[in-house]
Design a protein around this ligand. Structure first.
Ligand SMILES: Cc1cc2nc3c(=O)[nH]c(=O)nc-3n(C[C@H](O)[C@H](O)[C@H](O)COP(=O)(O)OP(=O)(O)OC[C@H]3O[C@@H](n4cnc5c(N)ncnc54)[C@H](O)[C@@H]3O)c2cc1C
Length: 411
């Protein structure tokens, strides 16, 4: 087991980023850019500067007025409820589309709570034939030869952020054109994202693949050229594999292939650790609750965060730096690196209080510590039955009116 080391996160940002690089020598990839300062302060700034009217108009365009709030939601710097309330207060009915998009995140999270590790296997039978090829190296290296796909891979690996539409095009290209096993691709993609989130990511890949939707998602050149403003197509010299009608693409991609039944994918199960015999109680601050406004931050108890190899060992450097930014805003939180049981043992902790999570790896790590799980801040007060989780449309029928009241419009 790795030795537990206490980290002293510097207040100065430039020093902080360098410090993280020194302390995590095996973390790969580029430095976190200035555009991506982590923490609640930055999240509120982004929320307060968003333009819901422009968002309605152009969010599907690569240069549209999207908020880039996803890494902040992922790490708990801001709750979906705060974002929904804040946007509705400023923009009234014009916030509807933004709230609708927030609901997708909440929906995927409910599905994760409901299915647990089931989200890592095919949820339904595919509606079209899928492939099971391994991820080719040319994807990992961003040398597909297609300027658009190479551009999206560059966004992913350099900055850790890819526009939603580009995520959909990329996933469709990998799953339907290249016939790569969705699970391997989804794992790789999530690993590079600053907002990497098992529910939003893996379930979106399943949605594209037709494993959690009634049909596959695919696109053509006209669609990509329009929403990228010809950014990649204008000077593209290659024979475009996307340049066709939807009907012709459907025949090319799916005709004469019989869908196989749903597949189970392997999930690694964390080691069991013996029950702790220590006495002290602490707040365990995990990577989904990094906000000074979190209710548990106000409790007068020791608070401990651990960069744990099991959870964060494969994270790229920029994501660890993003989390360090978030942690620098939290007073009285001890930050450690090592494995969680060793850190808690070293601190004499036998019992922890923390925020509920559907992440089974994290739950298993804390199991020996007699954990009290505090509920997350709810996005909606609507009761969501299992049946509502079969499709987003059913979930939204119930949740939309609760969130938007008189501004709710039937989709
Ligand atoms: C293949 C694929 C993988 C994805 N992986 C992730 C992931 O790992 N983490 C992640 O947070 N999102 C993921 N998404 C969803 C979505 O692409 C991002 O949430 C969104 O692009 C974030 O950018 P933004 O904050 O500027 O979005 P905005 O358009 O400004 O939307 C505001 C917020 O609404 C939520 N949201 C919007 N669209 C979606 C959506 N389709 N699904 C879920 N939530 C949504 C996000 O929390 C987002 O921050 C993935 C989508 C696809 C197609």
């Amino acid at each position: 087991m790795a030795q537990a080391t206490k980290l002293i996160i510097p207040c100065d940002r430039a020093e902080r980023l360098q410090y993280i690089r020194r302390m995590f020598p095996s973390a790969i990839g580029s430095f976190l850019g200035d555009e991506w300062r982590g923490g609640r302060h930055e999240a509120l700034k982004r929320l307060n500067s968003m333009d819901a009217v422009a968002y309605n108009r152009n969010r599907n365009f690569l240069n549209g007025a999207v908020t880039k709030l996803s890494p902040f939601f992922r790490h708990g710097c801001l709750t979906l409820k705060e974002a929904s309330d804040g946007a509705q207060e400023r923009f009234g009915e014009h916030a509807e589309k933004f709230v609708f998009e927030l609901a997708w995140r909440d929906y995927w999270r409910h599905v994760w709570y409901d299915l647990g590790d089931g989200i890592f296997s095919d949820i339904e039978d595919p509606k079209v034939a899928l492939g099971d090829k391994l991820m080719p190296d040319f994807i990992r290296q961003g040398i597909t030869g297609l300027p658009c796909m190479d551009g999206f891979i560059r966004d992913l690996t350099q900055y850790g952020y890819v526009h939603n539409h580009a995520r959909m095009w990329f996933a469709a290209y990998v799953v339907h054109w290249l016939k790569v096993d969705w699970r391997e691709a989804a794992d790789w993609f999530e690993h590079h994202l600053l907002d990497g989130d098992k529910a939003s990511n893996h379930l979106s890949w399943q949605w594209v693949a037709s494993l959690f939707s009634s049909k596959p998602y695919y696109f053509n050149k006209e669609n990509l050229a329009r929403y990228t403003g010809e950014k990649y197509c204008a000077n593209c010299k290659i024979t475009c594999p996307f340049d066709d009608s939807y009907e012709a693409l459907n025949d090319k991609l799916f005709a004469n292939l019989t869908p196989a039944p749903a597949k189970k994918h392997k999930v690694s199960i964390p080691l069991k650790v013996a029950m702790s015999t220590h006495q002290a109680v602490a707040i365990f601050v995990h990577d989904e609750m990094l906000s000074a406004a979190h209710p548990l931050m106000h409790k007068p108890m020791p608070k401990i965060f651990v960069f744990d190899d099991l959870l964060h060992g494969r994270w790229p450097l920029k994501r660890i730096q993003f989390v360090a930014d978030c942690l620098s805003e939290l007073q009285d939180v001890e930050v450690w690196m090592g494995d969680t049981p060793s850190v808690l043992k070293e601190r004499g902790v036998g019992q922890v209080i923390t925020q509920q999570t559907p992440n089974r790896q994290l739950r298993a790590l804390l199991e020996p510590f007699n954990t009290t799980w505090q509920p997350e801040v709810k996005f909606t007060t609507a009761e969501i039955s299992e049946k509502r989780l079969k499709r987003f449309s059913r979930y939204w029928e119930k949740v939309g009116p609760d969130l938007l009241g008189e501004h709710y419009r039937q989709p």
